[in-house]
Design a protein around this ligand. Structure first.
Ligand code: PGA
Length: 258
């Protein structure tokens, strides 16, 4: 049974596209997605250096597509070379920010505690975290995927209070399915997304948890998105590779509206 939460299709461009390429993709997206279907929200997350050109010259600001970032630092300002604060993102303006992605956790050694600080800073600053979680192949094969992911959620969101469900988005991305072409089945996604929602109920109570969007990510594309969206606890997708082409991203947005 599909649910009634507003679906979110979020594009994670990762470390792709220089300024000219980002401008070009943004203008193509604005043309390809002139309207967002009812019950759907769309957001693109370019590299930090591209945010402004995508927003302004690329036309995203004037379009129904929202803007997200891929990273943030939790301190307000100061001597943190290379980092970007919540206020800086807010001034672009950015509405969403991906945190806790497995690439940040693996390559940059970010911890649950780091993600917790980022989540708190974003929520306090009025930017919605897209909080990523997901297990390795090894953890899944050991049958520990549900407990692993729910412990990431509990640690990453510890001490956070929400006044409404739209202050937070979760993205379940099994690491073995990211960029590999290997997708989880819709039932695999539902198993973990359902467990995530149960954990959100423990943390935030039934009323708020029932409205928090939980996305699936990992080789999501136009051909497989519909199967995920049919599931009770899957409310959209965090899309990597397929978000780099305007036509495939637009096709996914269209499917989310069906
Ligand atoms: P992918 O990436 O769609 O290319 O698998 C998803 C992600 O890492 O957010």
């Amino acid at each position: 049974m599909p649910n009634t939460r507003t679906r979110l299709i979020a594009g994670n461009w990762k470390m792709n596209n220089d300024l000219d390429q980002a401008y070009e993709l943004a203008t193509e997206l604005v043309k390809a997605i002139p309207e967002v279907p009812a019950g759907v929200e769309v957001c693109v997350c370019p590299p930090t250096v591209d945010l402004r050109v995508v927003s302004c010259r690329g036309g995203i600001k004037e379009s129904p597509i929202k803007l997200g970032a891929q990273n943030v630092y939790w301190e307000e300002s100061g001597a943190y070379t290379g980092e970007t604060s919540v206020a800086m993102l807010k001034s672009v303006p950015v509405e969403y920010c991906i945190i806790g992605h497995s690439e940040r956790r693996d390559y940059f050694k970010e911890t649950d505690e780091d993600e917790n600080k980022k989540a708190k800073a974003l929520i306090a600053g009025g930017i919605v975290p897209i909080f990523c979680c997901g297990e390795s192949l090894e953890t899944r094969e050991a049958g520990e995927h549900v407990s692993f992911v729910t412990s990431q959620i509990k640690a990453g969101l510890a001490g956070i209070e929400l006044s409404s469900a739209d202050q937070l988005v979760i993205a379940y991305e099994p690491i073995w399915a990211i960029g590999t072409g290997k997708t989880a089945t819709a039932d695999d996604a539902q198993e973990v997304c359902g467990a995530i929602r149960a954990t959100l109920v423990e943390l935030f109570g039934e009323e708020i948890a029932s409205g928090i969007r939980v996305l699936y990510g990992g080789s999501a594309k136009p051909e497989n998105i519909a199967g995920f969206l049919e599931k009770e606890d899957v409310d959209g997708a965090l899309v990597g590779g397929a978000s780099l082409k305007a036509d495939s991203f637009a096709a996914m947005v269209e499917k989310a509206g069906e």
